[in-house]
Ligand binder design. Structure first.
Ligand SMILES: [Zn+2]
Length: 446
């Protein structure tokens, strides 16, 4: 009999110990997506989880005015997971405290603890930051043309700054570099040639979630680009295209010339351009006080053989096959002509890149890059420094090139821009160098 009672006690004890009715884990409280700041605008995300179920919870704000209950609930049907979006208290705009406390209490339905259940209480200290970052434009290029470049210098003030960028078309984020004095930034902008319009807005966010914005007042100048209809000849398909098709893994096993052309013009091109965009999207983050670019003329006594921005549509026996944009300026002089860079920089890529053949890319700072396609030989290698006016390569016809020429590309933060602007001394002075000069005067308060 005593044994039976003992077994009952032990059994009952084990039941209580292992049963979910008597679970002993406290509710777990988490304040999500928060780094210790609150702007009294965005709701606070609080998660309460419990192994049995939560039967009640309470969220209290403590500040110099005392305690305010933000939410209190006793659940008729207890829940295992509770997601709360706590809105700021009424009249929070008048709260002057720099810091407040949020206390979250929760209790579960467990019968543990002499049927009282398990209770949790967590206290969070939150810094109150209701101020949005102050963004002001110091100076910018007066205009930007389709396919062209511009520069902007701006000021951002905030105690808890988190991120600064310039939003362009299709959600593109242009990155800014700290400039000249604390709180000032500089960035190059580019209007992609395929886009009908352009808009740039400086955006600054702080850790409390406040957002400050300023629109860059650029005058938009439309520029027409050529639309070319190109007939694909059998000679071209059986010659250049058949040769290229042997080189690329994408065209292995593809026998049809039209198919080969389509794959080369679309898939291979996209892959080659993705590589270019990756290498040219990097913007240094150290503070700069000068950015001086000299007129670019990579090839002396050169003829322009194809323009930037040409929209090429390819046809075979009257049927549309494929299309592409020509995103550089093709220059030709004599075979294997020397290519020079008038601006110093760092070589970020120097290798074979499909349609572009042998191709070095040079970074000139501030997210400005130059690219040289179809080279026969290279004098530079990845990682090497380029001194202004030094020879970097020789022209050739590697990759997708008919004759010996240079495909000269200029990129701003991963976007191809019209090289002619950067080859025009007057354009550079008016749109870039003078803008920086007068920005410095404004910053110095002169
Ligand atoms: Zn080209």
């Amino acid at each position: 009999m005593t044994l039976f009672i003992m077994l009952l006690i032990v059994g009952g004890g084990l039941y209580v110990y292992f049963s979910s009715t008597f679970e002993r884990n406290k509710p777990v409280i988490t304040l999500e997506h928060n780094n210790g700041y609150w702007n009294f605008k965005k709701p606070l995300h609080i998660k309460i989880e419990d192994d049995s179920a939560v039967k009640s919870y309470k969220v209290i704000m403590k500040n110099s005015n005392g305690d305010t209950t933000l939410v209190y609930e006793q659940l008729l049907i207890p829940e295992k997971n509770i997601d709360l979006n706590i809105k700021p208290p009424r009249g929070s705009y008048s709260i002057k405290d720099k810091e407040i406390k949020i206390i979250v209490q929760a209790q579960d339905v467990s019968k543990w603890n002499f049927l009282n259940g398990n209770a949790s209480a967590v206290e969070y200290k939150l810094v109150i930051d209701k101020k949005r970052p102050q963004v002001s434009i110091v100076n910018n290029s007066y205009k930007i043309s389709r396919g062209g470049s511009a520069i902007v210098i701006f000021k951002v003030q905030d105690d808890n700054l988190e991120d600064i960028y310039i939003e362009g078309n299709h959600g593109k984020h242009f990155l800014a570099e700290p400039f000249y004095k604390e709180g000032f930034y500089i960035a190059l902008l580019a209007w992609p040639v395929q886009d009908n319009s352009f808009k740039a807005t400086v955006v600054a966010t702080d850790v409390a979630g406040n957002i400050g914005k300023a629109y860059v007042p650029l005058y938009l100048k439309e520029k027409q680009y050529r639309l070319s209809k190109i007939k694909l000849s059998d000679k071209f398909l059986k010659g250049k295209i058949a040769d290229l098709a042997e080189d690329f893994e994408e065209t292995q096993g593809v026998e049809n010339s039209i198919e080969q052309f389509k794959i080369i013009n679309e898939d291979v091109r996209a892959k080659n351009e993705a590589l270019i965009h990756k290498y040219t999207s990097v913007v240094p983050q150290e503070m700069i006080s000068r950015f001086k670019i000299k007129k670019m003329y990579p090839l002396k006594n050169a003829q322009v053989v194809a323009r930037f921005g040409d929209h090429r549509k390819y046809y075979y026996h009257g049927e549309f096959i494929s299309e592409a944009y020509h995103l550089g300026l093709d220059l030709a002089s004599h075979a294997m002509a020397p290519i020079k860079s008038q601006n110093g920089g760092k070589v970020v890529f120097a290798d074979y890149n499909g349609l572009y053949g042998n191709m070095p890319i040079i970074s000139h700072g501030l997210g400005l890059y130059t690219l040289y396609g179809h080279c026969s030989s290279l004098d530079v290698s990845e990682g090497s420094d380029v001194v202004a006016n030094s020879k970097i390569a020789n022209t050739g016809k590697t990759g997708y090139a008919m004759g010996d020429h240079l495909h000269f590309g200029v990129l701003v933060q991963g976007i191809e821009v019209r090289p002619q602007e950067w080859m025009d001394k007057k354009w550079i002075k008016l749109n870039i160098n003078d803008i920086i000069k007068s920005a410095k005067k404004i910053i110095n308060g002169k």
